[in-house]
Design a protein around this ligand. Structure first.
Ligand SMILES: C[S@@+](CC[C@H](N)C(=O)[O-])C[C@H]1O[C@@H](n2cnc3c(N)ncnc32)[C@H](O)[C@@H]1O
Length: 274
């Protein structure tokens, strides 16, 4: 691939999904483009890139989607889930007791393990009777379809789920593990690009934005964190991945004491910064 084509595709990715494509990723780009090339019936990569340069929108979307990195697992970053169970959720449960309602957003849910892990935890904490609105979104149409289907192979359930959780929250079917109805009742799924407007979202109590900020450049990272902070309830909580942070931190947020990657929205934090 010519340096010019590489630069063109890097700009396309940054615009479509926010992904920053480093020069070192040329092999990965070629591998994934080859899959798109076969799917759309191009004879070689040069022909594919020529077509996308002519403004073939569906092809540009397919390339951006093919380049997403969808690594995930159940209860990923267990220290954060422990903190959620011990501190974050008890605090919100107390605050929302009268309404018995919680809204949680898993903002880049990949194949859904993150969202279903949250649902499992809520069920185990006795919130089955609450009105839980768990919104799970992702840029990738294929990933969001998998997430909504809630069917996982043995290898996937072995990553992060113990036997007790498997038995409680899944049923076995045709060699796969299928999410049980008591979790499905809490969750809804839709495709959503984090670079688009958040106008359709009502106020949420917790946002999971984990292991996606790392693919964005500084400007997109800051813009996404700022808008997520704005979608939070005044005492809401933002979680980013263990190897990420929400810097530069918007005025509405402050770090959760003693926890990495967890931020609390507080009116006081906004006042202090102002
Ligand atoms: C590495 S996975 C993280 C999954 C999960 N949050 C976790 O921590 O295990 C990153 C996900 O971000 C999604 N993604 C990438 N760019 C996005 C964007 N602009 N808007 C929404 N999702 C995006 C990808 O499709 C991918 O499924």
């Amino acid at each position: 691939m010519s340096p010019d084509d590489f630069d063109y595709l890097a700009r396309l990715l940054r615009r479509r999904s926010g992904m920053v494509l480093a020069r070192g990723k040329a092999d990965m780009l070629r591998r994934r483009l080859t899959i798109v090339m076969h799917r759309y019936g191009f004879r070689d990569l040069r022909a594919l890139v020529a077509d996308v340069r002519l403004g073939h929108e569906a092809l540009a979307d397919a390339i951006a989607e093919a380049m997403t990195i969808n690594e995930t697992s159940f209860f990923r970053d267990p220290a954060q889930f422990a903190r959620l169970e011990q501190d974050v959720l008890p605090r919100l449960i107390k605050a929302r007791g009268a309404a018995s309602r919680l809204r949680i957003w898993s903002a880049a849910c990949a194949a859904g393990q993150e969202a279903w892990s949250i649902a499992m935890l809520l069920d185990e904490m006795g919130l089955g009777g609450w009105r839980i609105d768990l919104i799970a979104t992702d840029f990738s149409t294929a990933e969001i379809a998998r997430a909504a289907a809630g069917r996982y192979g043995m290898f996937e359930v072995q990553r992060g789920l113990n036997a007790a959780r498997r038995a409680r929250h899944f049923r076995a079917e045709d060699g796969e593990w299928v999410v049980a109805d008591h979790l499905r009742r809490m969750a809804r799924f839709r495709r959503f690009n984090l670079l688009d407007s958040y106008g359709w979202l009502d106020e949420v109590d917790i946002v999971f934005c984990r292991n996606v900020l790392m693919y964005f450049d500084a400007a997109n990272r800051a813009g996404v964190v700022e808008r997520m902070a704005d979608t939070l309830a005044p005492d809401g909580v933002l979680l980013v991945g263990e190897s990420e942070n929400a810097e530069p931190m918007p005025a509405q947020l402050r770090p959760w004491p003693g926890a990495h990657g967890i931020y609390l929205r507080t009116p006081q934090a906004a006042l202090k910064a102002g």
